[in-house]
Design a protein around this ligand. Structure first.
Ligand code: G7M
Length: 334
């Protein structure tokens, strides 16, 4: 399988952008100054040591392995593009190879091998992969937790404070060191500022897979637990600006965009998900996703809502926070 070297730069996935008619996103400007050495340039350098899991829709395979010449484990995700008319048109080429595999009366099945370059696999390489990331991509059952404000203060918050070191990729985006060609808009204000960037999950080629993240500049808001009425202007402005940008750049109306937080998030630096309604991987999940509009309403009604609320969420078995909660028998498994 050939993967163009520029598709696996540093901490980012594919950078290929294309836009033209209707359902494709604009081609980002090439990132010349920020170009880094690809962590892998030939896929035969990667050896899979473990299948970690697969997405429910069968489109992504999560693997663990090693990259020849590099120390430490890697996590590599292989993802097929969903099929759409634009891609089908590329297959109608004399370079496609077709082989009849079944014929019955008027019914024929062909094996079609499309021309090189029209059927790329989005390949996300994480190296060196921490144990936390390996766990994140390992398929395991999830269990429910009912987190009271006391449990948050005594177990979750200390856990968060111990994991603030995982945010390098966030600061790289905010401070202009990475992914600058994937930034869609920004607000530089110290208190109310944010950056809207394409999420790692989106290769910016198919509008129906649109997935962006708005990351606030402030570093003192870890999750929705910290939000109160003083944050309302920032959140409202962020939501409006990002929806307008998504409409302007990709033609997606706000009615087709899901806007939500995660609780628990993987990264405790406040960020908001913007996902296309038709993108399966962006579908909100009960026990994990919290609509931004609900959060805005709740804190408008009571400034301390999330400080005092009991929040119910699910957490993957083996997750470091789950291990902490388990010590106090707070993970419900039956
Ligand atoms: O669950 P949580 O709300 O923390 O979601 C974090 C989001 O950050 C996920 O949707 C990830 O796909 C996204 N993400 C994670 N990393 C490491 C990166 C990255 O390096 N760049 C970008 N653009 N998104 C990331």
């Amino acid at each position: 399988m050939g993967v163009p070297s520029q598709e696996v730069e540093g901490e980012m996935p594919a950078k290929k952008g294309r836009l033209d008619q209707g359902n494709h996103a604009p081609a980002p400007e090439p990132a010349s100054e920020n170009a880094v050495q690809p962590v892998i340039s030939n896929m035969s350098d990667y050896t899979i040591t473990e299948l970690l899991g697969q997405s429910d829709d069968g489109k992504v395979v999560f693997t663990r392995g090693v990259i020849s010449g590099l120390e430490g484990p890697a996590v590599v995700l292989f993802e097929t593009n969903s099929i759409n008319l634009e891609r089908v048109k590329l297959f109608l080429s004399e370079l496609s190879v077709v082989k009849l595999t079944m014929n019955n009366d008027i019914f024929n099945i062909f094996q079609l091998d499309p021309p090189t370059g029209t059927n790329s696999i989005k390949t996300t390489v994480i190296h060196p992969a921490t144990q936390k990331l390996i766990n994140k991509f390992t398929t395991k059952p999830s269990y429910f937790v009912t987190e009271t404000p006391q449990i948050y203060q005594t177990i979750t918050k200390p856990y968060i404070l111990n994991h603030l070191g995982d945010h390098k990729w966030v600061y790289n985006i905010l401070e202009g060191r990475a992914e600058q060609d994937r930034i869609l808009c920004k607000n530089e204000d110290e208190n109310e500022g944010f950056v809207l960037a394409a999420d790692l999950k989106w290769d910016m080629t198919t509008v129906e897979n649109m997935y962006c993240l708005a990351i606030v500049k402030r570093r003192d808001i870890y999750s929705i637990r910290d939000l109160n009425q003083s944050h309302l202007p920032m959140l409202r402005n962020l939501q409006e600006t990002c929806l307008a940008t998504i409409k302007e750049k990709f033609g997606i109306p706000r009615s087709l965009v899901r806007v939500y937080f995660h609780y628990q998030p993987a990264y405790y630096h406040l960020h908001i998900h913007f996902a296309h309604m038709r993108y399966q991987a962006g579908a909100p999940v009960i026990g994990k996703s919290v609509a931004v509009n609900d959060v805005l309403q709740n804190i408008a009604l009571s400034s301390e809502y999330y400080k005092n609320a009991t929040l119910v969420y699910y957490i993957k078995d083996g997750h470091a926070l789950s291990v902490e909660l388990d010590k106090h028998k707070l993970v419900v498994r039956e």
